[in-house]
Design a binder for this molecule. Structure first.
Ligand SMILES: Cc1cc2nc3c(=O)[nH]c(=O)nc-3n(C[C@H](O)[C@H](O)[C@H](O)COP(=O)(O)OP(=O)(O)OC[C@H]3O[C@@H](n4cnc5c(N)ncnc54)[C@H](O)[C@@H]3O)c2cc1C
Length: 503
């Protein structure tokens, strides 16, 4: 198969938030991408309202953090309240995060999706094809051929790799097979987005009202918007609950003034994980690979982390800097993160979705006692480091998100990632001889790093390391002696070549 026979390097199927981030990250790196979506406009129904600091760091990498901020607000406290209003648990956003951004953000998803599409439109390597549906696909040793329906009829597209970011019903997941793991959580909820004109009085904190008579979520969305979610009770139907009069009756007790219904939908909240995220040259990401109840606000976040994990690996393989085996680390690294987030959300959901009054009273008493006793409210939301994958296992800090120090004015801080570029980077205390392809080597004393030197030295001191190798997605590959890190990095990217060299 010669090069000219390919329409693109990577075919991204689905241009939701995950497909959009993956397309932008790949195209920024010079990968030729075709991104297609069966629909022309982004999904119109209410979905994500929260993203965390790491996602803002990825938006920063795409150069859109300022534009995204226009559609976002800082994350407030998250209170679980009893039916009588007593606070059962209060989750405060972290004041400091490893990403160098705020503790989290409440946002308007259509606004952010529009920003991402605008970014992609400015990237010459991204070719977006809207209103085109993937019908089937087949792969061979050299690439993937997708059959697509366009307005002009059927067409075939040939790519070296294909990533299905095609959502919960993912045809790509169905094509690669493997089935789904089901956490057996399945609860129906009405979700309503309201516009909040000036003068309305909506809560300033995020609230889970753990009322057995009607479990309810009430949270901020982007500027000028608020979100309510109401659990359906036994016997209630989606059709009846979507009636505007019913929605107004449900909102009335919140006494907010003249808020306006913008959009509404009924969903079943569940926890699912695909067993297989990759088959040869085909991968899945985002809702195609996993779905979570929304109580921890992590579904889209997890998908965007998938995209960041996959983008640099596909790029390294396509540039010939890594063997195809690197792609095998994608699911190994991402699945434990995803499962931890789903299990956290289901834990929260089981607290909230209690309809039995006696059970709710016992829950309230237990949570109030735990709070009075100073027990931690919930397990930490920060994902554990990768236990395996493209990391120097056993070295201190391996698999953690590397911190992004900031410096300068708080209103317009300098951020370290902006000085690092898109490659992996080895940061060392002392000058280093040698490097590796696709890797930048920097001394802590380098001019580019001057504003961040104290923070970098503090990290190296804390980890007792001479150097740290940070992957392009800003996770720590490993720490230790520079030569050891360079050799281990080369071996991780290209295990087959190294094995052959050793023979
Ligand atoms: C009520 C609710 C609240 C939520 N709250 C949060 C939250 O606060 N924070 C958070 O992080 N997440 C949240 N989520 C989850 C989040 O919305 C999803 O995880 C995220 O939108 C999924 O993005 P995606 O790109 O993977 O899939 P989607 O956005 O579903 O995109 C898939 C795309 O693939 C396209 N497609 C499908 N089939 C084909 C085909 N055959 N050919 C071409 N194109 C195709 C579709 O048209 C679609 O555009 C929430 C979800 C719900 C329902």
């Amino acid at each position: 198969m010669n090069v000219a026979a390919y329409d693109c390097d990577v075919l991204v199927v689905g241009l939701g938030p995950v497909g959009a981030v993956l397309t932008a990250l790949l195209a920024e790196r010079g990968v030729a991408v075709i991104a297609l979506d069966k629909d022309v406009a982004p999904y119109p129904m209410p979905r994500a309202v929260h993203f965390d600091h790491e996602i803002m760091r990825i938006f920063q990498q795409l150069g859109v953090a300022d534009q995204v901020s226009q559609h976002a607000r800082d994350l407030p406290d998250y209170e679980f309240r009893a039916a009588d209003g007593r606070v059962l648990m209060n989750l405060r956003p972290p004041r400091q995060t490893p990403s160098g951004w705020g503790g989290g953000y409440m946002f308007h998803q259509p606004g952010v999706e529009a920003v991402l599409r605008e970014r992609i439109a400015a990237l010459p390597n991204a070719d977006v094809r809207l209103g085109q549906r993937l019908d089937s696909l087949a792969q061979d040793a050299h690439g993937v051929t997708a059959q697509v329906t366009t307005q002009a009829g059927a067409a075939a597209l040939r790519a070296r790799y294909l990533v299905g970011c095609d959502g919960a019903w993912s045809p790509v997941r169905e094509a690669i097979g493997g089935g789904l793991f089901d956490y057996q959580f399945d609860e129906p909820w009405l979700v309503v987005d309201m516009q909040v004109p000036p003068g309305c009085n909506v809560p300033a904190v995020n609230i889970q009202l753990c009322d057995p008579a009607r479990p309810t979520t009430c949270v901020l969305s982007g500027p000028g918007r608020h979100r309510w979610e109401f659990m359906l009770l036994p016997g209630e139907t989606a059709e009846a609950m979507l009636d505007d009069a019913v929605v107004h009756d449900l909102i009335r007790p919140w006494d907010c003034g003249p808020v306006r219904i913008e959009r509404k939908a009924v969903y079943r909240f569940h926890g699912l994980v695909a067993n297989r995220w990759r088959a040869g040259r085909i991968m899945i990401a985002g809702d195609a690979a996993h779905q979570t109840p929304p109580f921890a606000g992590q579904g889209m976040c997890a998908g965007i982390r998938d995209a960041a994990n996959l983008a640099w690996k596909l790029d390294a393989v396509l540039r010939g800097m890594a063997s195809d085996a690197l792609l095998q680390t994608y699911q190994a690294e991402r699945e434990p993160h995803v499962r931890a987030a789903i299990e956290l959300a289901i834990g929260m959901g089981r607290v909230v979705c209690t309809l039995d009054r006696d059970a709710a009273a016992q829950r309230d008493a237990a949570m109030l006692a735990a709070q009075a006793g100073g027990a931690p409210a919930l397990p930490p939301a920060t994902p554990s480091p990768f236990a395996s994958g493209c990391v120097l296992a056993g070295s201190v800090g391996a698999g953690e998100l590397f911190p992004q120090p900031t410096a300068g004015e708080a209103s317009a801080p300098l951020r370290m990632d902006d000085r690092l570029g898109d490659e992996a980077v080895l940061i060392a205390r002392a000058p280093i001889v040698g490097t590796a392809a696709g890797l930048r080597v920097l001394e802590v004393d380098a001019q580019d790093l001057a504003p961040f030197r104290p923070a970098l030295l503090a990290w190296l001191d804390q980890h007792g390391a001479e150097a740290v190798l940070v992957r392009p997605d800003r996770y720590v590959f490993g720490s230790g002696a520079p030569r050891l890190l360079l050799d281990a990095w080369a071996a991780s990217l290209n295990p087959a070549a190294l094995a052959a060299e050793a023979r």
